[in-house]
Each structure stands twice: as structure tokens, then as C-alpha cells.
Ligand binder design. Sequence first.
Ligand SMILES: Cc1cc2nc3c(=O)[nH]c(=O)nc-3n(C[C@H](O)[C@H](O)[C@H](O)COP(=O)(O)O)c2cc1C
Length: 397
Amino acid sequence: MSSLTNKRILLGVSGSISAYKSPDIIRRLQDLGADVRVVLTSGGAQFITQLSLQAISQHSVHDNLWDKEAELSMSHIELAKWADLILIAPASANTIANLVNGQACDLLTSVILATDARLMIAPAMNQQMFQSQPLQDNLTQLRHRHIAIIKPDSGAQACGDIGPGRLPEALDIAKQVAKQLESTQLSGKRVLITLGATIEPIDPVRFISNHSSGKMGMALVNRCIEMGAKVTCVYANINAALNDKATNIQALSADQMHEVVMNNIDQQDIFIAVAAVSDYQVKTQQQQKIKKSKQSLILELAPNKDILADVCKLPNKPWCIGFAAETQNTIKNAEIKLKNKGCDAVILNDVSDTNIGFNNDENQVTFISKKQQKNISKNSKSKIAEKILNIFIKEFL
Ligand SMILES: Cc1cc2nc3c(=O)[nH]c(=O)nc-3n(C[C@H](O)[C@H](O)[C@H](O)COP(=O)(O)O)c2cc1C
């Protein structure tokens, strides 16, 4: 069965009699590994209590656009950014009509307008309502907007009617959500990703390195695997768990990384250079530990080979994405990198902001190619990885 591990699902519960099934939907999504938060409409609150949904989801339920406290803790915009997928189950005829019209009349509809997450709805209502022309027209419009519609079950209804409009069983809905998030956009593609901080030895105990943790690179490794790619992960010093579905090769110094990349670049479709590779190495490495003395010590540094530039020069080069960690003139420097190295896209990381980037779980980047410059606002590194790949795939594949 598909997994929802590490997926963030925002469940919208609107005003249908079948809202009594919502706690079970939360449980089934959690069983598949999802973190679930709930937005309850005022209609939904007529059928299920906030307390039940809170107890099952283990998060406070969001039910009011005008709640000052809630806006401070997790605003409707933050909720919209948090979600990988928003599922409305049950989706009432009223909420569906609001979605069609782009209404922002309550918390749920406002969140929907503010999100770029995937959307799924599970309409649930009386069979006559479901088969009515306005409702069917509304569903057609939502389909055109790529909102996935979960087909309701047909059968005996709470009102005594028999026909289509019943909310499907919770497990069935959870499975459809998992399938929706299963992406195969990179299936059949080979991706080589470098990550972590290289280490340049000074002597047997000391080295030159940097603050890179490898977390952004690992997020890209994980996402590429989820999207069906065959991934080779070339890692230096990292503070992140390896994915055993990748071919993992350690390369600690810039020279080692250059060699491993060049030996494995053939047949790759995409090269993503996330590793923070030292620009210099110590010219003469000492074989024995350098003894402390009162004299100042001068280390002569020699420039390292440029892995990204060398891959970009290959006759049959793969698509190349480089990362640029900059502290000043960030956009200009990233554009220079894009041009000078000859890569297809540069992901700019402004590392002067200590709340993002190096060693943090969150990041905020700009995707820069010849054609576009797109800000990807602050989010978890896994979400940033997903967005980078989506933009890249749209432009290049
Ligand atoms: C007893 C009862 C049951 C209802 N069941 C449904 C339903 O299953 N589906 C539906 O679309 N509307 C149903 N409605 C109507 C909605 O609750 C109503 O349109 C409400 O405004 C929806 O609000 P919301 O979309 O903001 O949640 C029902 C109303 C009542 C009184």
C-alpha cells in the first residue's frame, strides 16, 4: 500500500451528515504515516465536535478565520503553506460552490485560495443534490482546475433515499489520498546528487570544512526517490540519515568527490550539486600532527577542481542544477554562477539568514534559470525539495 510518511494533510470538514466519519478518516491517514490537521467549517461543526477531531488528530482544530490567537500560532496563510495536500471530506454542496466561485468567506475557503498544495474533495450529500445540474457543473469546473474528486459511493442514505452521494469508507479515502501523492514524474530517470560539507585535511587530525549539514541534499534525494528516480547520492560530511533506496557513495574531500562524480556521471539524466565543496585545499598536507608553537602558522591553499563546471562541460551533459550559497549580492552572484558554470538552473540560498539554510530544517530559496526567477518561500527542506523539482520538471523535462 502507498505510504503517507512525512506527508502533511490538511483535512477540511464541512457541513454534511457524514462528517461523523471524519475522525475515522484522520485515523486511516495517520495509519499511513500522515500528520493531519483539521479545519472545521461552521456547517461541519453542526455535525461533529471540535473536541473529537482535536483528540484524534492531536492538534487543535482550526475553525475560525477571525480567531486572533490561532492567527498568531498558525495563521491561515501558514496553514495553506504547511499542507502537502488539502482534502475536504466530506465536501458539502455549499463548500463546493464556494470553491468554484473563489470565495474566501470562511477559514477553509481562504486557506484553499492561499495554497499551492494539491486539492482533493469528497462530495457527500443527498443523491438528488448530488445529481443536480448545478452541483455537477460545479464538479466539472473543479476537475478543470485539477482538483481531484473522490467519487461518492452509491446506496442507502441517512435521509432514506437510495443513490449516489454517500461518503466512501475512510480507508478507501486514505488510500486515494496516498495514491494522489504518489508521483512518478521522475520514473526512469537517473539522478546524481552531491551533498554535505567536504573536508580538506590539514594534518591527520585537523581539517578545513564548512557548516553544510547535507539536510537539503537528503531532502532532494528522498523526493527524487519518491518521484520514481534512480538516485546516486555522493555524500561528504553530513548530519542527515541516508536513504537506503539510493546508491550511496562517500566522498569526503573535493578531490574525492570530483573523482566519484566523474566516474558515475555517465548515463545520468540529472545532476544536482548541493554539496558545499571547499573551493581550496591545503597545498601540502602534513603527514604528522602540526605541533603548537608561538609562531604564526601560514597555510598555503590551492584551488580545488570545480565539479559542477566540469560536469557542465561534458559533451553529453545531464541537466545540471547547482546550489549557490551567498551572503551578499545574492541574486547577481547566483546569475553569474548560472552563466559561468553553464548549468541549467541555480538554487540560491541566502546563508546570511541564520534561521534558514545551513544545518536548519527549514530553507527559503530562489530558483534561477535563463527563463525565470522564482522565490520559494520559507518551508521545510522536504517541501522546498518538492517545489524545486516541480519547477525544474515543468521547465526542462
Ligand atoms: C440535517 C442536515 C444534514 C445535511 N447534510 C448535508 C450533506 O450531507 N451534504 C451537504 O452538502 N449539505 C448538507 N446539509 C446542508 C449543509 O449543512 C449546509 O448547506 C451548510 O450551510 C454547509 O455549510 P459549509 O459548507 O460551510 O460546511 C445538511 C443540513 C442539515 C440540516
